[in-house]
Every structure is written in C-alpha cells, then in structure tokens.
Design a protein around this ligand. Structure first.
Ligand code: UD1
Ligand code: UDP
Length: 382
C-alpha cells in the first residue's frame, strides 16, 4: 500500500519542542511518508531545538523579522505555505498549539482542501484577549481541524462544549515525551554560571517571561517583584534565560541588570532548560510549556499571568496563579521561600499532562484515520 504523506508544520520554540518527537515517531512508521515544514517564525530559538533533536526540515520558509507583527507573520506563513502545499501535496497536515504559525498553517491547508490534525487541542481560557492572540488562534484552528489530539480530559470537554466530538483523541501532551529524553543525573551545562550555582544551599529560582499580553505595565510589575525578591532574600539566586524578543530584552535588562544574584542569560537549549528545571527550587513563569514540565519534575510554579488554560496542575496543587501585580507576586514567592510546609505542599511530582507516549498515540490515531490500523489508540489515562 502507498504510504500516506503527513506534513508537520511549526515555527516557534515551543511548537518545535513538542512536535520534534512526533516528527521523529512519524518518520519511523513504514506506512507514513513524514515531511517537515518550518516557518521559522523563530530563527535561533527554533534552530536550537532542531539541532538537539537532530531534525532536518524538508521546507524552511525563513520568515522571521525583528519585532515582527502578527499580520506579517500570518501573511508570510500563508503565502509561503501555498507553494509548499502545492508541491508536496500532503494527505494530512499537523499543526501544534496556538501560535500565528499554527493558525496560518491550518488555514493554508484548509485553502488547499487538505485535512488538518491539531496537536495540543482543546486548551481554553474563554478570554479572547488572554492569552493574546493565542486563545483565538487555537479556537480558529479547532474549527478548521479534522483530527484533534487533546492532552487531557478537560481539553476534550472544552471541545465537546463547542460541539467538536468527531476525530477527538485523548493522547497526553508530547512535551512529556520530550522531557523523558533530556533530563539526566550529571548534566554539564554549557553556560559556566549554571555549573557554579549551589543548588543545595541556595534557592535557585528559574524565571521566564515573554507573553504579548504582559508587554508594558504587567511586565514592569513582574520585573520589579523579581528584583525585590532577589534584594530581600540573600539565599536566592535568580536565573532568567531571556527570550530574544527585543521588547522582553529591553525590560528585563532595564529592571534586573547589575545584581550579584540575578543571572540574565541567553535562551537555553531545551536539554539545558529541562536539566536546570530539575535542579531548581522554584519556577516563576508566564510560559505555557514550563507549566507542564515543572510539575512532572516536582517543582512548584508561580504563574505570572491572570489566568491559565492549564488548570490540571493548579488542581493538583503544584501550580499557583500569581497574577501580574508586584505585591502579590512578591508575597507569594516570599511564602514559598520562608514557609517550608507551604513549599513542600506544592513540591511533589504530578503528571496530569502525559505519560511519555503521546507521540505513539498520535501516530497510531493517524494510521487509524487512514485505515492503516484496525483500532484507535487507547486513550491517555485509561
Ligand atoms: C511566539 C508566539 C507565542 C509563543 C512564543 C514562544 C505568536 C503570536 N506568538 O511569541 O504564542 O508563546 O512564540 O516563545 O505566535 N526573536 C529572535 N529570535 C528568535 C525568536 C524571536 O530574534 O529565535 C525575536 C524577533 O525580533 C521576533 C520577536 O522575537 O520578531 C518576537 O517573536 P514572535 O514569534 O513574533 O513572538 P513571541 O513573543 O516569540
Ligand atoms: N525553553 C527552552 N529554553 C529557554 C526557555 C524555554 O528550551 O530558555 C523551553 C521550555 O522548556 C518549554 C518551551 O521552551 O519546553 C516553552 O517555550 P516558551 O516559554 O517560549 O513558549 P510557551 O510555552 O509559553 O508557548
């Protein structure tokens, strides 16, 4: 039987981290012809992930520009995808999550009447403006997609509320698959400061912050709170790999430079990030991916956002919403730095997001969809 052609499309760091293990799984299957197209909405941060997973894209749209706008990203992806889809004629396109690449990739496939599979489907805040523009991106992709790969039961319920019940698979999140390949006991970091830190005597706080809806006053409040935390707690070492966005770079350096225990460093390769996370005391972040990874590694997370589309770890007690106001962020961090009972209540490993076999389930579901496999995969968690 002729193999089916399945094209993964992604463009940013988090999509790459979560799609690379799937692209590699698809490439192993004899009845699937796996193609990979990157938009390079991110350049350096994408290439770092491709390098770690040793994944070579078949197509690279190379669209990134400094300070790119949402319209530029979407239109460049859409036009670039036209030629790629025309040439490759895949039987199925897979997109991931909620970025502009995700939306444009799904829309381009729809224009070419190619079925779409949505990986990490069904996450919702029900607030159009937060996260912005991601909430609308994932809703629009949900409306276009034929196959929906939901990480959790609550994601599947969100889709059911929108009357999306066909082609829905409960798979777990592929990020847990990625995590299982990266964390090792005696990891040597490429940035010397990360080898020098005393992870036992000191409290290493790992910070990331990049979301568009936090640009401006919220990000300034976050940075002010972080500086106060470092000032007031002499046992804290704050490590912040700063996103390459010039907006983020400016504000991070403005508020956090020139402090002996604040380390602003370049974005980390994903294996470095996972190993740092597994050694740190606490994670403070507005990232989606870190909210999924840290609980699996038993690390408490304070989320620097007003809401989250990932309620599972909040319910399990390892993640708390800290919001974007300086005083509240400071007080919540202080509690975890000074109250051991409060800290240990949060610091336990939970895995609501996956069991490390999401990619196998997704590949099995695709084979089932094309009639190449008799049974659909057994849902995650059953
Ligand atoms: C994008 C996604 C967001 C995701 C985030 C992950 C959209 C609208 N946003 O936001 O959902 O959470 O990626 O990090 O799709 N830059 C570089 N090199 C890089 C990457 C970025 O220089 O490797 C700089 C460029 O100046 C670029 C800017 O960062 O213009 C912003 O990148 P962009 O993809 O537009 O937005 P993110 O905030 O990264
Ligand atoms: N990450 C990384 N290096 C960094 C910061 C993050 O490898 O310096 C990884 C992180 O472990 C997670 C993903 O990037 O897997 C999250 O990406 P990001 O925070 O940029 O996007 P989001 O998840 O918020 O969409």
């Amino acid at each position: 039987m002729k193999p089916v052609t399945v094209m993964t499309i992604f463009g940013t760091r988090p999509e790459a981290i979560k799609m690379a293990p799937l692209a590699l799984e698809l490439a192993k299957r004899p009845n699937i012809h796996a193609l990979c197209c990157v938009t390079a909405q991110h350049r350096e941060m994408l290439d770092s992930v491709l390098n770690i997973f040793q994944l070579k894209p078949d197509y690279d749209l190379n669209i990134m520009q400094p300070r790119q706008t949402l319209s530029t990203i979407t239109s460049k992806c859409l036009l670039g995808m036209d030629d790629v889809l025309e040439q490759a004629k895949p039987d199925l396109v897979l997109v991931h999550g909620d970025t502009s690449t995700t939306f444009a990739g799904a829309l381009a496939a729809f224009y070419h009447q190619i079925p779409v599979g949505h990986v990490e489907a069904g996450l919702r805040t029900y607030d159009k403006w937060s996260p912005f523009p991601e909430e609308m991106n994932r809703k629009m992709v949900g409306a276009i997609a034929d196959l929906h790969f939901c990480p959790t039961v609550s994601n599947r319920e969100n889709l059911a509320r929108e009357n999306i019940t066909k082609g829905v698979y409960l798979t777990g999140n592929t990020v847990i698959d990625a995590l299982q390949t990266t964390v090792v006991p005696h990891f040597h970091f490429s940035q010397p400061i990360l080898n020098q830190l005393d992870y036992i005597q000191k409290k290493v706080i790992l910070v990331t912050c990049h979301r568009r809806e936090n640009y401006g006053a919220p990000m300034e409040q976050i940075m002010t709170a972080l500086r106060r935390i470092a000032d007031d707690f002499s046992d804290v070492e704050l490590v912040y790999p700063v996103h390459l966005s010039p907006v983020v770079q400016e504000v991070a350096h403005k508020y956090l430079d020139n402090h002996p225990r604040i380390h602003l460093i370049a974005p980390l390769a994903v294996d470095e990030m996972h190993n740092l996370m597994s050694r740190c005391y606490l994670v403070m972040t507005d990232s989606g991916g870190l909210q999924e990874e840290a609980p699996a590694l038993g690390k408490p997370v304070l989320v620097l956002r007003r809401e989250t589309e990932r309620p599972e770890a909040v319910e399990a007690g390892t993640v708390k919403l800290a919001g974007v106001e300086e005083t509240i962020i400071y007080e919540m961090a202080k509690e975890l730095l000074t109250n051991e009972t409060a800290y240990h209540r949060m610091a336990h490993a939970v895995n609501p997001y996956g069991d490390g076999t999401a990619c196998i389930r997704i590949a099995d579901a695709i084979e089932h969809y094309f009639g190449l496999r008799e049974h659909p995969p057994v849902p995650f968690g059953t």
